[in-house]
Design a protein around this ligand. Structure first.
Ligand code: 13P
Length: 253
């Protein structure tokens, strides 16, 4: 079965509640009732309930930007996967580079989060990607292998059905230095090949692999038309409804 394209907006630590609701409303209106592309928005935790109300009854799914790796307990300031499903989340982003590099999130913590989130019924958007220094030393394959192997340790075939990978080269995030369509295709192809070696052809063939890092309405058509690019995880451009909707359109929606 061909993989369906998927475009998700990672709003990061942006928007007021009013802006978040207006943005969600504009995305719902622009996406229509029967999009051919899966679409999700990932607002800050505190706006999830407010945005969920706006999305209700629409095909636009709700996602969170992070989750804790335990189901409940004495973890001040943290949010559990059960809380996310209760507020209406279908997706959660795990292992974003801003958490790995900015907040010291380890591969082991990412693996723990992936397991707990999947056990609670969420779909996981697992982020991987090399830094500029790693790319300059041609280490991207090794970084990917380490990150994905650690993150996916212990997953069953059934759980892979609810996993989405996002290849987000760190040098491309928020920098305006987007990967070229060729660079993205090569990376995604290599990732899929490694996934096939690690987990079998069935898992690798069905796995959506999104590209993330400075995607805009202008560069999206070239990226989204690559055979192994199954959509995008969009940061800055997801904060403007017209830009985000143009990217959804470029993905075929
Ligand atoms: P930008 O699109 O702003 O580069 O961010 C990408 C990203 O980090 C999405 O998770």
């Amino acid at each position: 079965m061909p993989r369906k394209k998927f475009v998700a907006g990672n709003w990061k630590m942006n928007t007021t509640l009013a802006e978040a609701r207006a943005l969600a409303q504009a995305v719902v209106a622009g996406v229509g009732s029967a999009p051919t592309v899966d679409v999700a928005v990932c607002p800050p935790f505190v706006w999830l309930a407010g945005v969920a109300e706006v999305l209700r009854g629409s095909p636009v799914a709700l996602g969170a930007q992070d989750v804790h790796y335990e189901k409940k307990g004495a973890f001040t300031g943290e949010v559990s996967p059960g809380m996310l499903t209760e507020v209406g989340c279908k997706y959660v982003i795990v292992g974003h580079s801003e958490r790995r590099h900015g907040l010291g999130e380890t591969d082991a913590a990412v693996n723990h989060k992936v397991h707990t989130a999947l056990e609670e019924g969420l779909r996981v958007i697992l982020c991987v990607g090399e830094t500029l220094a790693e790319r300059e030393r041609d280490l991207q394959e090794r970084v990917f292998q380490r990150q994905v192997y650690a993150a996916c340790a212990g997953l069953t075939d059934d759980q892979f059905d609810r996993l989405v990978l996002a290849y987000e080269p760190v040098w491309a995030i928020g920098t305006g230095k987007v990967a070229t369509p060729d660079q993205a295709q090569t990376a995604h192809h290599n990732i899929r090949r490694r996934m096939s070696q690690l987990y079998g052809e069935k898992v690798a063939g069905a796995l959506p692999i999104l590209y993330g890092g400075s995607v805009t309405a202008e560069n999206a058509p070239g990226l989204m038309s690559q055979p192994d690019v199954d959509g995008g995880l969009i940061g800055g451009a997801s904060l403007k409804a017209d830009q985000f909707l143009a990217i959804v359109k470029a993905a075929g929606g």
